[in-house]
Design a binder for this molecule. Structure first.
Ligand SMILES: Nc1ncnc2c1ncn2[C@@H]1O[C@H](COP(=O)(O)OP(=O)(O)OP(=O)(O)O)[C@@H](O)[C@H]1O
Length: 285
């Protein structure tokens, strides 16, 4: 039995997911699909600023949705609201059919933060073993679950390297593997491809699509890199705390007459006008 690690990871532990199993990718016949995430007039205040302002959107189950916007546009805040760690959230925010942040959701969600949440003084495999034990995966299933998660993120060859000796991108993949351990129904990833080389980025996007298609996982993936947009089935474009668009990449390009999502983004900014940079609650218009 492995000893409990001496100190906690810097960014807190990934949300404990449940034991591996496939999720129904499609609703039962005749029943409408319940959105994996449903937001109505979602507003978040941080300090004296309204950093998310009246967002309304749905995320369809078993899809790969990109949350795209420039740095500071509110992506992480939205993710924190969805996983239930953000204070001062108003409006309606339902996740997997229940209110965001409610206890039963904890085991159904996987959350991978920007900063890897792994123990530097344990190997990749030991990290996964530890989190598998925390999740309650039975000992007889643990080796297989850990090997599968390492394989999913293409880290089998580094399984016995200390996490502290891995590159930043490899550590991020250990974090992702931890989130995958319990086969979460909704996997929320904050900028998972930052700093990765193009081959690894492609492999990760392939994995994301496999998870959606084969395991019925819903993935919400934030990025400030617009050229990743075409890898998503659906996009949420945010800017300065507002939702510019919720649409497929193709539909966005078509309706804005743009060749790229970056141009579509710019066209939408021009056509909607720029919201004020500083919004204060209760301030004068
Ligand atoms: N504690 C806080 N108090 C006040 N404003 C905050 C606080 N934390 C973040 N903000 C502001 O909220 C806005 C949204 O931040 P957020 O981190 O959600 O953006 P982001 O799109 O994820 O950015 P990045 O891509 O750089 O991570 C930013 O303008 C940020 O300055």
């Amino acid at each position: 039995m492995m000893n409990k690690p001496r100190r906690p990871p810097g960014q807190g532990s990934p949300a404990p997911p449940q034991r591996p199993q496939a999720h129904p990718a499609a609703p039962a016949a005749g029943r409408p699909a319940v959105p994996a995430v449903s937001a109505r007039d979602l507003t978040v205040v941080r300090g004296s600023r309204t950093v998310l302002d009246g967002l309304t959107f749905d995320v369809a189950p078993a899809t790969v949705t990109g949350l795209l916007g420039p740095s500071g546009s509110g992506k992480s805040t939205l993710i924190r609201a969805i996983v239930g760690t953000q204070a001062k959230v108003t409006g309606t925010l339902d996740v997997l059919g229940g209110p965001a942040g409610s206890a039963p959701l904890r085991s159904r969600l996987g959350y991978v933060t920007q900063a890897p949440s792994v123990y530097a003084d344990l190997s990749a495999r030991q990290n996964l073993d530890y989190f598998a034990a925390v999740l309650g995966i039975p000992r007889r299933d643990r080796d297989r679950a850990v090997a599968q998660a390492l394989d999913d993120v293409d880290l089998a060859s580094h399984a016995d390297d200390l996490a502290g000796n891995l590159s930043g991108g490899q550590r991020s993949r250990v974090s992702l593997a931890v989130a995958l351990l319990g086969a979460p129904e909704l996997l929320v990833l904050d900028e998972p491809t930052v700093g990765l080389d193009p081959v690894l980025r492609r492999d990760l996007w392939d994995l994301f699509h496999r998870l959606a298609a084969e395991r019925g996982t819903t993935l919400l993936i934030s990025s400030h890199v617009m050229d990743e947009a075409d890898r998503c089935e659906h996009l949420l474009l945010v800017r300065e705390g507002t939702l510019l668009a919720s649409d497929s990449p193709h539909a966005l390009r078509t309706r804005t007459g743009s060749d790229t999502i970056e141009d579509a983004f710019l066209n939408l900014v021009e056509s909607t006008g720029s919201p004020s940079r500083e919004r204060h609650r209760g301030g004068t218009p």
